[in-house]
Ligand binder design. Structure first.
Ligand code: AMP
Ligand code: GLY
Length: 435
């Protein structure tokens, strides 16, 4: 099977490994790919924001399946352009990708379909926003979200009126260009955050979905959830204290109304939805939709899914998904991100990486190869991913693997999954305070 994989990071490398692990021979082409992905297949220098360019490549090369990693090509309409050629795409069209591409559109969707979420106001007018902040009655922090894509930097939790005003004015002045000239204000939600991925296959005649195990990301750079936000410093799944009833609750309260809402709104969906969920004192609330797999959640999920990935993604891409329980390994998987010096403000590039023989899957994210030597080439450089019968042993395995990869200035969190492990060991459930 010839597969075009769009993207170049750790998520795509994890997808590539799983695609190549299929019993079906897979000819992989990554676009734009990376030096590491070039070791798993070919690379094509395509501009993922140019639907016509990707479609032209597909028309000439006729892949059997296109798999989209990041959201940017989806929002740009790449999936629509390729599907118009009759080539199956795992990835949503531009209309559905607006669920991630516009926070205002996502909130309107949630409200229209009565999906539990934070109270919100959408504002595109300076005076109206300033008045909203001055009369804010939902408590602090005030959550401000740039409407459009802002490379993960468009959400600010303002702790004071002054900070909210400064953030809002900067957004409206075009801090993220047009993306921040509309701002969604949200009431703060308190609780435990988790990542819920769902394969969705929806059109006017058909609506099917399949849940993947809930996992948890760790967004702050430092241990103990301190320091600035990153793209994610590590993840694990499943979450040991989530009971089957808790999953069922997210299915009925968040996932099913989403799938019904897509169909009611005439939004076809052929890919994955990643629901950012906050489990609050009054149950699960939807923080956001992503129209793609999470990074680093994918590095966890690909270790847990016990299905033939090319066949599964093709089922979705061809509109043949049947709602079902996916086959999963009875394990807990973990991934620990190895980040560059200066991340997340910057990323020190070109530093040689010492790689030994870790008993874990080494996932390349931001690396490049020069004269046979791997160098750092991005903020999140690599992941070590492993699995074990339970979270405690998965954590231990990851820790042991960490001794085998290093470079000067490498940043890593040693507490991935630790808070959840302590919560579970104390016999607590998702209803107990997360602290
Ligand atoms: P988003 O991109 O919407 O997921 O926001 C980025 C991060 O901001 C989330 O992962 C949460 O940690 C946090 N966040 C977003 N919305 C809220 C909210 N209403 N209350 C508290 N935290 C939030
Ligand atoms: N790990 C969070 C994200 O992919 O958005």
């Amino acid at each position: 099977m010839k597969i075009l994989l769009l993207g170049s990071g750790g998520r795509e490398y994890a997808l590539a490994l799983k695609l190549k692990a299929s019993a079906v021979p897979v000819e992989l082409v990554s676009a734009p790919g990376s030096d590491a992905l070039a070791e798993l297949g070919a690379c094509a220098a395509l501009d993922l924001e140019a639907p016509a360019a990707v479609a032209a490549w597909c028309a000439a090369n006729r892949p059997d399946l296109v798999v989209a990693g990041p959201e940017v090509p989806l929002v740009a309409g790449v999936a629509d352009a390729v599907r118009a050629l009759g080539i199956p795409v795992f990835g949503h069209g531009a209309a559905t990708a607006r669920l991630e591409g516009s926070k205002a559109a996502a909130k309107a969707f949630m409200e229209r379909h009565r999906i539990p979420c934070a109270a919100s106001h959408t504002v595109s007018d300076l005076a109206a926003g300033e008045a909203l902040i001055r009369g804010w009655s939902y408590g602090y922090p005030i959550v401000l979200k740039a409407d459009g894509l802002a490379a993960g930097k468009g959400v600010v939790l303002a702790e004071s009126e002054a900070e909210a005003l400064a953030t809002f004015r900067s957004f409206m002045a075009g801090q993220f260009g047009e993306a921040s000239r509309t701002v969604v204000f949200e009431a703060p939600l308190v609780g435990m955050e988790l990542s819920l991925h769902v394969l969705v296959d929806v059109d006017a005649q058909h609506a099917a979905f399949a849940l993947l195990p809930a996992c948890q990301d760790h967004k702050r750079i430092f241990e103990g959830d301190r320091g600035p936000n990153t793209g994610g410093m590590g993840a694990f799944g499943p979450i040991p204290f989530l009971r089957p009833g808790d999953i069922a609750r997210m299915r009925t309260e968040l996932v099913e109304p989403t799938v019904r809402g897509l169909q009611a709104d005439g939004l076809a969906a052929r890919g994955v939805l990643f629901l950012g969920v906050m489990w609050t004192a009054s149950g699960p609330k939807l923080l956001e939709y992503n129209v793609r797999f999470g990074d680093p959640e994918t590095q966890v999920l690909m270790q847990l899914v016990d299905e033939d990935l090319p066949s599964l993604l093709l089922e979705v891409a061809e509109g043949r998904l049947v709602s079902r329980e996916l086959k999963l390994r009875p394990h807990t998987a973990i991934t620990v991100v190895l980040a560059a010096e200066d991340y997340p403000e910057g990323a020190k590039k070109g530093v040689p990486i010492a790689i030994g023989t870790p008993a874990a899957t080494l996932i390349h994210a931001g690396t490049r190869k020069q004269d046979g030597q791997w160098l750092t080439n991005g903020g999140r450089v690599m992941n070590l991913a492993t699995f074990a019968p339970d979270l405690a042993s998965a954590r231990a395995a990851a820790e042991a693997a960490l001794a085998h990869v290093n470079w000067p200035g490498m940043q890593v969190r040693h507490d991935i999954g630790l808070k959840a492990l302590k919560h579970a060991e104390a016999g607590k459930t998702v209803e107990d305070a997360w602290g």
